[in-house]
Each structure stands twice: as structure tokens, then as C-alpha cells.
Design a protein around this ligand. Structure first.
Ligand code: PGA
Length: 253
């Protein structure tokens, strides 16, 4: 039985593409037949973000929104190279990805950084795709649930209203490796995350919380994943740069 919540599909373009190729990705998307009930968010690199937003607005496609891939929690100041949550709001960028495993592992973001960024983003009025997930070593030591719970607890200490958060469960070993979690492995963790939400945030918040899966999602595996009761969509990296992103958006058609 698939989840009762609408499908949410995010495309994380990471540090890829050019001004021209980002336009082509949007051209392909808007020329395709898309499941109207899927909420679609694309996250281009900062330098392409406004062009993509304007291009989407001109196409007046109501279901596709843009997201930043990161943001800094202070509103302005001497933070060379950073972009603030307030600047995203000013630029009418509605979403931000926070705590992606590449930010955590390559750029040293700890749980408390992720928590303060999430808090600042929500306070500024943004919606947040909050990424969590365990490494292979942690999974092999049977620590998956304790790791994702620790990551969630850090945010819960700072944030009480989760209505504008989408949780992205992304096992680190599945990201960019072609090694997708089985639908059963993903469902198990998603169900634990929903249980966590019920105990910390209440049953009705837990029932509404979108929990999406990320890690080597592709056209060939998205349909089965999307049949799981607690999988409400996907955060897609590599395949979001390919035409098959459309098939992922349409996973429930
Ligand atoms: P992938 O990346 O789909 O290329 O595995 C997912 C992500 O990092 O969000």
C-alpha cells in the first residue's frame, strides 16, 4: 500500500551544469507530461538558481519550485562565500536543502550546525528538506536507527514546528554509488522515523510529515520504492540531471 501523502520529488543538481544546461533540464521537464499531484522541487547550484527560478516562473508551471542546496543561518555580515536564509527569502527562493551528507562529511557540518540552519531557515519563512542518514560502517554496526534519531533529535531541540520540513532519509552508502537501498530497507527506516516523529511531535504531525528517500533513485527502482507505506517521495541526485527524472516524478502514475 503506498503512502497516503502526496508524492514529493526533489532534484538535487549538486555542483553540476552550466547556465545553458540548466535551461535545457527545465525545458525537458516542462515539455513532459508530469503527474499533477507530485510536488516537484529542483535545487540548482547557487549561480544558476535565479535564472532557473525566473525561467520556471515565465513558463508558469505551478508545480515546480526551486530550492537552494545550502544556506547560512546568520542574516548578513562578514561570512565570505556564504548565502543567508534571508537572502534566499529576498530572492523568492522558497526551499532549502539542509544537512546533506556531502555538507556533513566534506564540509564538516555537525548536527548542531544543521539544527541552527534549519531553525533559521524556518524562522525566515523557508521550507526545508532536512537530510539525515547513516554511513555503511554505522549500518554494519546496526546503528542506523540510533544515528538518524540522533540527527533528528538535534533539530528537534531547536525546532518545534515541523510543518514546513520534509525529511530526506539518505543512507550515505547509497548516495551516488548506484547501490540503492531495497524498498524493505528504506521502508524500515522510514517507519522508524515516523515513530520518532509520533513520539516527539505527536501522532498528527507524524501522519502528515513527508519522509522521502534518497540514494541512487532511478527510473528503474522508483516505482517499487514508491509503493511503500512510509515513503512519500524522493531526493534525486544523478538521475535528476537526466530525462528519467520525469519517470521518477511520475512514479505513481
Ligand atoms: P544520488 O544522490 O541520487 O546521485 O545518489 C542523491 C542525493 O545526494 O541527494
Amino acid at each position: 500500500m503506498s503512502s497516503p501523502r502526496g508524492l514529493f520529488v526533489g532534484g538535487n543538481w549538486k555542483m553540476n551544469g552550466t547556465l545553458d544546461s540548466s535551461k535545457k533540464l527545465i525545458d525537458h521537464l516542462i515539455a513532459s507530461k508530469l503527474d499533477e499531484s507530485t510536488e516537484i522541487v529542483v535545487a540548482p547550484p547557487f549561480i544558476h538558481l535565479l535564472q532557473v527560478k525566473d525561467y520556471l516562473q515565465a513558463s508558469s508551471h505551478p508545480n515546480i519550485k526551486v530550492s537552494a542546496q545550502n544556506a547560512y543561518h546568520k542574516s548578513s555580515g562578514a561570512f565570505t562565500g556564504e548565502v543567508s536564509v534571508d537572502q534566499l527569502v529576498d530572492a523568492q527562493v522558497p526551499w532549502v536543502i539542509i544537512g546533506h551528507s556531502e555538507r556533513r562529511t566534506l564540509f564538516g557540518e555537525a548536527d548542531h550546525n544543521v539544527a541552527e540552519k534549519t531553525k533559521a531557515a524556518l524562522e525566515a519563512g523557508l521550507s526545508v528538506i532536512l537530510c539525515i542518514g547513516e554511513t555503511l560502517e554505522q549500518r554494519e554496526k546496526d546503528e542506523t536507527v540510533s544515528v538518524v534519531t540522533r540527527q533528528l533529535n538535534a533539530v528537534e531541540q531547536e525546532v518545534k514546528d515541523w510543518s514546513k520540513i520534509v525529511v530526506a532519509y539518505e543512507p550515505v552508502w547509497a548516495i551516488g554509488t548506484g547501490k540503492v537501498a531495497t524498498s524493505q530497507q528504506a521502508q524500515e527506516v522510514h517507519s522508524e522515523i515516523r515513530k520518532w516523529a509520533a513520539s516527539k511531535l505527536g501522532q498528527s504531525v507524524a501522519n502528515k510529515l513527508r519522509i522521502i528517500y534518497g540514494g541512487s533513485v532511478a527510473a528503474k527502482n522508483c516505482k517499487e520504492l514508491s509503493t511503500q507505506a512510509d515513503i512519500d517521495g524522493f531526493l534525486v541526485g544523478g538521475a535528476s540531471l537526466k530525462p528519467e527524472f520525469v519517470d521518477i516524478v511520475n512514479a505513481r502514475l
